[in-house]
Design a protein around this ligand. Structure first.
Ligand code: GRF
Length: 217
């Protein structure tokens, strides 16, 4: 079966990109990364992509007057690459509704909290301040509102009484590196369907313990 063609959009260090590149390096993995786009010319993830033999492009938002032409340039690059699915991995630009709708149900993101809790920035600081005992990460389909959309995979991470934002970030990041490849695999295997706000995952092989989706069939 043909592998799913994936593009990854980054702005920074690219550790989630690296996790996806590693997963796709397995011969049996059902997806391949054909393009990495960064809006930041100095993003560390660009070197990681190149080291993994993945084509890179820079689409610098500073070269555009406004968000619509920037997003149109992204779509042009993705279309040219023949991308089936777009993964946001630390991509720090807000996307227009037109872009999100153009890639509806073919655009996914990872966020370092158990959505819909703790949308936005400085998540780990806010998690600790709020006194919650369990946090985690979420891979979700993207909708026009920030950090919104049907949830594909989540993994929980306990918050320790003496946690620092840095220590918690490190443990959540390790979970991210497990969740993102898992979500990509499930999509590439055709096991993910979206109805309204809810994702259903079908198929016999169950998710590993700790990965939550109560509707897994
Ligand atoms: C991750 O924590 C991700 O959840 C968030 O941005 C961070 C990106 O890190 N959206 P990296 O560039 O993948 O290392």
């Amino acid at each position: 079966m043909a592998r799913l063609r994936v593009a990854v959009l980054i702005s920074g260090r690219g550790s989630n990109l690296q996790a996806l590149v590693n997963a796709c390096a397995e011969p049996a993995f059902p997806a391949e990364i054909d393009l990495v786009i960064s809006n930041e010319p100095e993003a560390g993830g660009l070197a990681l992509a190149e080291a993994g033999g993945v084509a890179t492009r820079i689409v610098n938002h500073r070269d555009f007057s406004d968000r619509p032409p920037f997003d149109a340039a992204l779509t042009a690059a993705l279309t040219e690459a023949g991308s089936d699915l777009v993964c946001l991995a630390g991509f720090k630009r807000l996307l227009t509704t037109a872009f999100v709708e153009r890639w509806r149900d073919r655009l996914i993101n990872i966020h370092p909290s158990l959505l819909p809790a703790f949308k936005g920035l400085h998540v780990h600081e806010r998690v600790i301040k709020a006194g919650v005992r369990i946090t985690g990460c979420t891979v979700h389909f993207v909708r026009p509102e920030m950090d919104d959309g049907p949830i594909i995979v989540q993994e929980t991470v306990p918050v320790a009484a003496d946690d620092t934002p840095e220590g918690l970030a490190e443990r959540v990041l390790a979970a991210e590196h497990r969740c993102y490849p898992l979500a990509l695999r499930l999509i590439a295997e055709g096991r993910v369907t979206v109805a309204g706000k809810v994702v259903t995952i079908t198929g016999s092989d169950p998710l590993p313990a700790g990965f939550l989706n109560p509707r897994d069939a």
